[in-house]
Design a protein around this ligand. Structure first.
Ligand code: AMP
Ligand code: MG
Length: 344
């Protein structure tokens, strides 16, 4: 199959894509978080094609994307007041809510669970496509399972060339990490996956916000099945350090010394870069000021893709503290590092 990248976002082209989606094709679409691999969320056969294209484990359910809040009514049994408040505050945006599903939603969308995950993206092109398609669109990240999520059409192409007919190219994703996934009940919400909407932001709107215990202990099974899988791994082994730039630079220097003849790649803040640039050779990517979780989120997957292309032997990254958007970024970084995160 030839994969065509659509760069001219005319009404005609978006209609072509929406038609393909409605009729069972898989198409990569842009969102504000990462690129998604879309298919008709009411059509089990179409969703099977997503699992095949990604090599996604079949128990890992999909998020259904809708153009507006109104569209979720036929997909769920009921909408508790907590859900209404969250939707009012954060949609369109990077918040996915799970609610008890109606019979209209095929088990293929939910991996057999009785809840369905729903999101209205804050991306004009994406919402136009959703409107035109007229059906909810199931869309996991448009990467091969286990690899870094794509934040550009080119990154989608690298993984999906030959597997899907179209990629809609709307440039680089603004947020850069996936949505927050929350289970919503009458009495509160549980964060199953940290993302663009932080715990602090949720607490401004609803009472009783907690993290799924799996996120801190990993002893129990996660409530979001996808969280148990290894994710986001770059080709080269990666380690991360968190601390002030001086200590991070010293920790980097120690590893670089041990690695001698190996080729390293370094994802760092501006401040740490200043401390290393004169003495260290290797591939540098600078994301912004020390501690800037928003800048790190924006550049994180893009950088992992870039390091894969550079064919490096090892990767060192400078992380940020676990607060605000930092929780989401460090959750991804920890997986990319297979747990090798060191506070210095
Ligand atoms: P992705 O599609 O790659 O952004 O991943 C979607 C995430 O949402 C995965 O971690 C899924 O396990 C999770 N998810 C989707 N549907 C549900 C659901 N009904 N209940 C719990 N988690 C879900
Ligand atoms: Mg994913």
């Amino acid at each position: 199959m030839e994969t065509k990248i659509i760069t001219e976002l005319t009404r005609e082209n978006l209609q072509l894509v929406a038609h393909a989606l409605r009729h069972g094709d898989v198409v990569a679409i842009p969102t504000e978080t990462v690129y998604g691999l879309g298919a008709n969320g009411l059509d089990a056969d179409a969703m099977d094609k997503i699992y095949a294209a990604k090599g996604r484990p079949s128990d890992n359910p999909l998020i259904l994307h809708v153009p507006n809040a109104e569209s979720i009514k036929p997909l769920v049994k009921e909408i508790p007041n907590t859900a209404k408040a969250l939707i009012k505050a954060f949609w369109p945006g990077p918040l996915t809510i799970t609610l008890p599903k109606s019979d209209l939603v095929p088990d293929r969308a939910t991996g057999g669970l009785n809840r369905v995950a729903l999101r209205c993206p804050n991306h004009a092109v994406c919402r136009d496509i959703l409107e035109l398609a007229g059906v909810p669109i199931a869309a996991p990240s448009a990467n091969i399972s286990g690899r870094p999520s794509p934040t550009s059409a080119q990154a989608v192409y690298d993984d999906m060339n030959g597997r899907i007919p179209y990629i809609v190219d709307a440039g680089i994703c603004t947020i850069g990490v996936e949505s927050t996934v929350v289970e919503v009940r009458d009495d509160g919400v549980t964060i199953l996956r940290p993302g663009g909407i932080t715990k602090e932001m949720l607490e401004q709107v609803v009472d009783n916000v907690s993290y799924d215990p799996f996120l801190s202990s990993q002893n129990e099974a996660p409530k979001a099945p996808g969280m148990k899988y290894k994710h986001y791994a770059p080709d080269a082994p990666m380690r991360a350090f968190i601390g002030n730039p001086k200590d991070v630079a010293e920790a980097f220097n120690n590893v670089i010394h041990e690695q001698e003849n190996k080729r390293g790649a370094f994802l760092v803040s501006q401040e740490t870069y200043e401390l290393l640039k004169d003495s260290v050779h290797g591939e540098f990517q600078v994301y912004g000021h020390s501690g800037d979780a928003v800048a790190l989120a924006h550049d994180f997957y893009k950088t992992l893709h870039h390091f894969n292309e550079c064919d490096v032997d090892y990767i060192l990254a400078e992380g940020v503290q676990n607060t605000g958007l930092g929780v989401a970024v460090m959750n991804r970084m920890e997986k990319a590092c297979a747990g090798h995160i060191i506070y210095v």
